[in-house]
Write a protein of this length. Structure first.
Length: 262
């Protein structure tokens, strides 16, 4: 993987080229107003990108401070996701164990095949938990990617913003915004899931198989709320904040966050 500082060096070189082109347009004797306006925008954008590149270390420090304020970090994220994966795996094994017992009983007593539909809710429960486990693995992989690549992603965002004629300003500011928001906010996700997860109070007492099966099946709405509805809502909130921050970084809302006038 490329070093973020190598990418920043390349961004500064390209930014210098953009500034030079902007200065040529701004000082051009060609009596076309669009040339001077484009030159002015390129000069302002180049100065702004240069400031971003030089405060790169400050941006990283602010991200760490924001995580400290929220009381989360990536170690807690991996620990909580790991615990949720263990709880989900245990629940799946419990469901499979119960299904195996029911299947043996039905086979031993030669129960007619139409009664096998009684275990359908249990199979749905196991299938739903398997989908949840896949989602948890996705959250873990997403966290690993962001935590290991956030510096490179921010540097690439600055590089894209440095391209001449502001060709990469939109995508660059979006990349920076999404990286910043998800780096700070994603570690909170497993905490939100854990606070509402019904798997933490999972009990398995093999006394009444029918009752145990009904209890498992009754957990599906709560599991949907904890592992699907809450994460999707929270991800939507993070995406919304990302678009707001993108508008702020890219200067689409009022003026640039760092005032630049020439």
């Amino acid at each position: 993987m490329y070093s973020p500082f190598e990418i920043l060096y390349l961004a500064i070189v390209i930014d210098s080229l953009s500034y030079t082109i902007g200065a040529l347009f701004y000082g051009s004797p060609i009596p076309v107003r669009g040339f001077k306006e484009m030159g002015h925008k390129m000069i302002v954008n180049s100065i702004y990108v240069a400031v971003l590149a030089n405060i790169f270390g400050l941006i990283l420090s602010i991200l760490s401070q924001l995580q400290n304020i929220l009381g989360v970090n990536w170690s807690i994220f991996y620990l909580d996701i790991g615990l949720l994966q263990i709880q989900t795996g245990v629940a799946i094994n419990m469901g499979k164990f119960l299904y195996g017992i029911i299947a043996i009983i039905l086979y031993y007593f030669k129960v007619p095949s139409q009664f096998y539909s009684l275990v359908t809710p249990l199979l749905q429960y196991i299938s739903f938990l398997t989908d949840i486990l896949i989602l948890l693995n996705f959250y873990m992989d997403l966290g690993l990617f962001i935590q290991s690549s956030y510096m490179v992603l921010i540097a690439v965002g600055i590089l894209l913003m440095a391209l001449p004629f502001q060709m990469g300003k939109g995508i660059g500011s979006m990349l920076i915004a999404f990286t910043v928001v998800f780096y700070v906010g994603l570690p909170l996700l497993p905490i939100l899931i854990s606070n509402t997860s019904p798997l933490q109070n999972q009990n398995f007492v093999l006394q009444d198989i029918a009752l145990q099966t009904e209890e498992f099946y009754a957990q599906i709405p709560a599991l949907f709320y904890s592992f699907i509805l809450i994460p999707l809502t929270y991800m939507g909130v993070l995406v919304g904040f990302s678009f707001i921050l993108q508008s702020f970084i890219g200067g689409y809302v009022a003026k640039l966050p760092i005032p630049v006038e020439i």
